[in-house]
Design a protein around this ligand. Structure first.
Ligand code: GDP
Ligand code: MG
Length: 182
């Protein structure tokens, strides 16, 4: 008699994902949109650290993303080391309508993060894309900062564009690295 085996259960990866960027760029709003499909005009001052969880199912693997969101008022440059340590991925969130002010904080935070989590997957996010008609000035600012615009994702927590895509892409990067490392 043939032994019938069921389909193999998908592997499970649990990973810490941090969102970094200047206050007001929309980190909390992106998580809200991705996890709860909602948007609010209020600026939520996240007290301490809030961890939301969402699972992204990919072929053969479920990636449980533990999304770390931190206090909005801290000059995010002073993010404590414990917040950065052990991150599998980082979303560097800039405000597309204020790139001149919001890009540099990401770069400083990225350096700190990579000193602690050198293998973290890095994803640049240009949020508030709904406010931008003409991307040329933004492209010039990114270029001057040495960031390849092709490697960035345009999102809007307000209308939802790009949000699922950016988190799915981060989940794929996490899964790819986990497979490569095993
Ligand atoms: P955080 O400090 O980075 O967590 O930023 P918040 O998520 O609290 O958002 C700051 C402000 O920007 C709030 O008033 C949000 O409603 C607004 N906001 C966030 N994302 C977007 C977006 O994609 N488009 C627009 N137009 N506003 C946004
Ligand atoms: Mg916040």
């Amino acid at each position: 008699m043939a032994v019938v085996t069921g389909p193999q259960a998908p592997a499970l990866i649990r990973s810490k994902v941090v969102l970094l960027g200047a206050p007001g760029v929309g980190k909390t709003s992106l998580i809200r949109r991705f996890v709860h499909q909602t948007f609010s005009e209020e600026h939520l001052t996240t007290l301490g650290v809030k961890v939301d969880r969402k699972t992204v199912s990919l072929p053969g693997v479920n990636v449980v993303m533990l999304l770390w969101d931190m206090h909005g008022e801290t000059v995010d440059l002073e993010v404590p080391a414990a917040y950065l340590r052990g991150s599998a991925a980082v979303l560097l969130v800039a405000d597309a309508s204020r790139l001149d002010q919001t890009l540099a904080p990401c770069q400083i935070l990225l350096e700190r993060l990579l000193s602690m989590s050198p293998n973290a997957a890095v994803q640049w996010v240009m949020n508030k894309a709904d406010l931008i008609q003409d991307w040329e000035p933004a492209a010039a600012i990114l270029d001057a900062a040495g960031i390849d615009i092709g490697a960035t994702v345009k999102t809007s927590a307000l209308d939802g564009r790009g949000v699922e895509d950016v988190f799915s892409s981060v989940a794929s990067s996490i899964a790819g690295r986990a497979t490569a490392g095993s």
